[in-house]
Design a protein around this ligand. Structure first.
Ligand SMILES: C[S@@+](CC[C@H](N)C(=O)[O-])C[C@H]1O[C@@H](n2cnc3c(N)ncnc32)[C@H](O)[C@@H]1O
Length: 241
């Protein structure tokens, strides 16, 4: 028998799963850019999709030279650099994208200022998002925050997912952007036993931390009560008028 998640009835029914990366790509394509800078491009999935569009010049930015080199070996134009200090002149690209990167940068307002400076037409940001009005989302948000505290102890920059205003305020400070955003909620239930096993493994990566162990127990108790549902997404487009 499938275990039942205790999601309170006050929560809306789950929506069919959507591919938020495809939504970012669709938003990008709708702008018909001639050039795109993908900041924190990872293995270059977005760049590959952009390259498949033909006439678009796609450039990636990766913080470590080794990652940039690997991407170049795969035929992508990827340059080393950090979101907070983009190595490009003002207005070098039609569109600048940050796909699941905003929660990794050390100084988000600075990274957004840089994206706004380098983008001629638009900045697109995709990241995780939690609907804090819903108990099962608060559980997942707390678990996400807990994992990121461990990551930070391990030396990684791993911040909470940005809220819309974390993106909007710094972008509007750069100029009269037209901003449009959508927060997407899917409410896919996550099995608590799996999440707990992964969390306990994660906790073993650092020196014994009783306060983090106690915090995990509290989050798991909340999870047993309310269930735990996957992160939603925030997709924001900021266009120069
Ligand atoms: C979750 S991955 C997302 C990768 C890719 N954008 C994707 O969606 O598949 C986060 C990426 O951010 C990059 N990153 C971390 N800190 C960065 C920084 N300060 N500037 C630019 N990229 C950064 C990492 O190298 C990593 O590739």
């Amino acid at each position: 028998m499938t275990p039942t998640m205790m999601v309170p009835r006050t929560e809306p029914a789950p929506s069919p799963p959507r591919d938020s990366r495809q939504e970012l790509l669709a938003a990008l394509r709708a702008l018909r850019p001639a050039s795109v800078l993908d900041v924190g491009c990872g293995v270059g999935a977005l760049l590959r999709a952009v390259a498949a569009d033909g006439a678009v010049r796609g450039v990636g930015l990766a913080p470590e030279e080794a990652a940039a080199e690997r991407a170049r070996a795969a035929g992508l134009d990827v340059q080393p650099g950090r979101a907070e200090a983009l190595p490009f002149a003002d207005g070098s690209f039609d569109v600048v994208t940050l796909e699941y990167v905003a929660h990794h940068v050390e100084h988000l307002p600075r990274a957004l200022r840089e994206a706004a400076r380098v983008a001629r037409r638009a900045v697109l940001v995709l990241d995780g998002w939690y609907d804090e009005a819903l108990p099962s989302q608060r559980v997942m948000r707390d678990l996400d925050g807990w994992r990121k505290r461990i990551d930070r102890r391990l030396g990684m920059v791993h911040n909470p997912c940005p809220k819309p205003y974390d993106l909007i305020d710094p972008l509007l400070a750069c100029g009269p952007f037209e901003i449009d955003y959508a927060c997407r909620l899917e409410l896919t239930p996550r099995p608590l036993a799996e999440l707990e096993a992964a969390a306990r493994r994660h906790l073993e990566a650092i020196a014994p931390a009783p306060e983090l162990a106690a915090e995990l127990d509290r989050i798991l108790d909340d999870g047993r009560l309310h269930g735990c549902t996957d992160a939603g997404t925030l997709l924001l487009a900021a266009r120069w008028p």
